[in-house]
Design a protein around this ligand. Structure first.
Ligand code: NOJ
Ligand code: CA
Length: 546
């Protein structure tokens, strides 16, 4: 068990609280409706007061926003719509001055179709070096008029797009996101340069998009989608995902990270079903850490939480890393809403119903979300907080179709609503054209209920979710020590209870009946504790009486 402290320079990330900023929805300084870097700089106080250790900034690179910025035109520049490199430097300086580190998103699986490489590829002949940076294949049929395979892209529709000369390019996401060929040495070298570019600008770490997708086995004949699906065994070698050789790429990246002092960090976004295979992305020879989405996917259930926690702590011990905990991000229904729905609700169908069928129990959802967050904050490892969850924001499920931006909506022929509902701009004030997001209207409309949830309102209320997060983060900072945990041997089935070095305890009641509180001084609780008991859907931390 590592005895490293979160405060060690080189291992700050091991038990950090990392706040995710989706920049286009955080704060808009110039009033064009899109959040920008100056907006972030102007709100650093909020992050400092909240007490986060680091920010993870989702893509801010030049982009036509075909996929919310994950369609990158140039990995080494700032989108002119949201800022400049000089404003990026100002933002880094403001964060540093507030003691906050910065992790940036790196998108290596694909570029946008506007990237200079892709334009060169289209202008070049089949079989040329320019096309070899991407995945081009000849189509089926005499003139290549049919796609090379029947693969389905993540947002729906074919994963292949024709370019008019019998060749097709692969895009595992939107057609505007052509997949790169990671067997091409130029692609590899270019990303090393990108990592250095941002590390040299003071970036502390990287969040690696689709980390499991870079290595692909495209040896003909290409399997059918049905064969691919059948191949998708937890421990097998899928043709397109989580291949063993992907780790060679990250070993090269690690050399770059370790050439800096302190070493740069990374966290893999690797949607890999098998937890042991996911752990490989988190090895110290590779990216060092990987998102663990198991709690995000778990039902509100004590046994499920306990199992996920045990498994992930054991895995991070064997791979020498620390675990990560996350409930919400820019890709999923916000957890205050997920927990407001009956267990097992099909979230895609629910979004199609404009969030009415079934109707969420917002109060129960927020209560559980707060309890879940406080539990995760007590665990060894790092916790990711998605912008707006500190306000208890719900998913905005009733956005009208004409404002939707997520490619999922169009690509699925209007059958899947997508992720816009968790990307609605933040309410900073209770009044104003976009509730303080900016001086003008926001790029996605905010619902009326956001005014009451604004930072301004919650700052004035000691019982608010914002006040609760602020207290919890401050106490965590004070209490956090070595990365170990001891389960209470006699906790009832509905209760998750453990202690951490120093003897402080976290206890969560997943049931409905109140349970007695352990001895000690209550440090923070996710809800009031009537009669000195722990009510249902509540977490409390206690420390030994002095
Ligand atoms: C994962 C990102 O989180 C998501 O927003 C994006 O659409 C895909 N990767 C493709 O880059
Ligand atoms: Ca703006």
């Amino acid at each position: 068990m590592s005895e490293l402290r979160a405060t060690d320079e080189a291992s700050w990330w091991r038990q950090a609280v990392v706040y995710q900023i989706y920049p286009r929805s955080f704060a808009d300084a110039n009033g064009d409706g899109i959040g920008d870097l100056r907006g972030i700089t102007s709100r650093v106080d909020h992050l400092r007061d909240l007490g986060v250790d680091a920010v993870w900034l989702s893509p801010f690179y030049p982009s036509a926003l075909a996929d919310g910025g994950y369609d990158v035109d140039d990995h080494r520049d700032v989108d002119p719509k949201i800022g400049t490199l000089a404003e990026f430097d100002d933002m880094v300086a403001a964060l540093k001055a507030a003691g906050i580190r910065l992790i940036v998103d790196i998108v290596p699986n694909h570029t946008s179709n506007r990237h200079v490489w892709f334009r060169e590829a289209l202008a070049a002949a089949p079989g040329s070096p320019a096309r070899d940076r991407y995945v081009f294949r000849r189509g089926e049929g005499p003139d290549g008029e049919r796609p090379p395979s029947d693969w389905i892209a993540n947002f729906g529709g074919s994963a292949w797009e024709p370019v008019g000369d019998g060749q097709w390019y692969l895009h595992m996401f939107a057609p505007e996101q052509p997949d790169l060929n990671w067997q091409n040495p130029e692609v590899r070298a270019d990303f090393l340069e990108t990592l250095r570019f941002w590390a040299d600008r003071g970036v502390d770490g990287f969040r690696v998009d689709v980390a499991h997708g870079l290595a692909k086995d495209l040896t003909p004949p290409l399997p059918s989608q049905a064969e691919l699906d059948a191949e998708d065994l937890p421990h097998g070698m899928h043709r397109l995902e989580d291949r063993d050789e992907v780790h060679e790429i990250y070993e090269e990246w690690r050399e770059v990270f370790d050439s800096y002092d302190p070493p740069r960090t990374a966290v893999a976004e690797a949607w890999v079903d098998s937890a042991p295979r996911r752990a490989r992305y988190a090895s110290p020879e590779g990216l060092g850490q990987a998102f663990n989405f198991d709690l995000l996917l778990a039902a509100w259930d004590a046994a499920e939480f306990r199992e996920v926690i045990e498994e992930n702590l054991a895995l991070s011990r064997t791979s020498g890393t620390s675990s990560t905990w996350v409930f919400s991000n820019h890709d999923v229904v916000r957890h205050a809403t997920r927990y407001a729905l009956p267990a097992g609700t099909d979230l895609k169908a629910w979004l199609r119903s404009d969030g009415t069928d079934p109707k969420p129990d917002a109060e129960a959802g927020l209560r559980r979300a707060r309890a879940a967050t406080l539990l995760a904050l007590a665990l060894p490892g790092s916790t990711y907080v998605y912008q707006g969850e500190e306000l208890g924001l719900p998913e905005v499920a009733d956005l009208p179709p004409d404002v939707l931006q997520d490619p999922t909506w169009v690509r699925s022929g209007g059958t899947r609503k997508g992720r816009d509902g968790c990307r609605v701009p933040l309410p900073w004030t209770a009044t104003g054209p976009s509730l303080g997001f900016g001086p003008g209207p926001a790029h996605l409309p905010q619902p009326a209920g956001f005014a009451e949830l604004s930072v301004e309102r919650q700052r004035a209320d000691e019982e608010s979710t914002l006040a609760f997060y602020t207290r919890a983060l401050a106490e965590r900072r004070r209490l956090q020590t070595a990365e170990s945990l001891e389960w209470a041997p006699d906790a009832p089935a509905d209760v998750v209870r453990f202690s951490r070095p120093g003897g402080w305890i976290s206890i969560t009641n997943f049931g409905t009946d109140p349970v007695p509180l352990p001895a000690g001084r209550v440090v923070v609780a996710s809800a009031p504790l009537p009669d000195g008991q722990l009510p249902g859907d509540t977490t409390a931390w206690l420390e030994p009486e002095a």
